[in-house]
Design a protein around this ligand. Structure first.
Ligand code: IMP
Ligand code: MG
Length: 185
């Protein structure tokens, strides 16, 4: 994909390049492979934003595992969290006694992941850890400990590598800052 393509035109800049993404994902995959030796690893993808990160990360984890998917609503098409978190699609399998790694695209207020962690703990998972590609620590509204995070980013709205604005830009191969004129029009 060329930087002159239509998707790139709506960015003010590229924040994280393809190469930086690839390197960070490979590094995280190695760490997780070490940490989950001899565990019953279940990787849970939070749809839809984490899907690109998730599929890349899985292939860097050198362990037997199963995968599952969960969809949560919190945003609609705006760039601010509604504060309301709801399960749209639940896991297909039981997590009782499993070591669950929840994979998310970005932690912003922290409400989504803290809600998911609470549910999986209640369901009797043996452990629940959180992995995120991006973290905006300045925006946290709830205390949340994130176990694995690839990039800390400033308080700007980003898209690409799975992240969307109004369901668009997920297919952009890198992470970029969306031009605010796109959502303040
Ligand atoms: P939280 O519950 O506020 O932590 O929200 C996390 C969710 O908000 C993420 O899974 C994203 O879907 C969305 N989100 C937060 N910041 C951004 C951003 O900069 N770009 C795209 N989506 C975002
Ligand atoms: Mg999301």
């Amino acid at each position: 994909m060329q930087e002159s393509s239509r998707l790139y035109r709506d960015l003010t800049r590229v924040l994280i390049s393809k190469q930086e993404l690839q390197e960070a994902v490979a590094k995280l995959g190695k760490i997780i492979s070490e940490d989950y030796k001899d565990k019953e690893l279940v990787c849970v993808c939070i749809l839809k934003g984490a899907v690109v990160f998730f599929t890349d990360l899985l292939r860097q984890i050198d362990l037997p595992m199963t995968i599952d998917f969960m969809a949560i609503s919190s945003y609609g098409s705006s760039t601010k969290t509604s504060g309301v978190v709801r399960i749209i699609k639940d896991l297909d399998h039981d997590v009782l006694g499993k070591d669950v790694l929840v994979v998310e695209d970005i932690v912003d207020s922290g409400l989504t992941l803290s809600y998911i962690k609470q549910i999986l703990d209640q369901r009797g998972a043996r452990s629940v850890r959180l992995a995120t590609l991006l973290d905006k620590p300045m925006r946290r509204r709830i205390a949340l400990s994130v176990d694995y995070s690839c990039f800390l980013i400033p308080n700007e709205f980003v898209v690409g590598y799975g992240l969307d604005y109004a369901e668009k830009y997920r297919n952009l191969p890198e992470v970029g800052v969306l031009d605010p004129s796109i959502y303040t029009a």
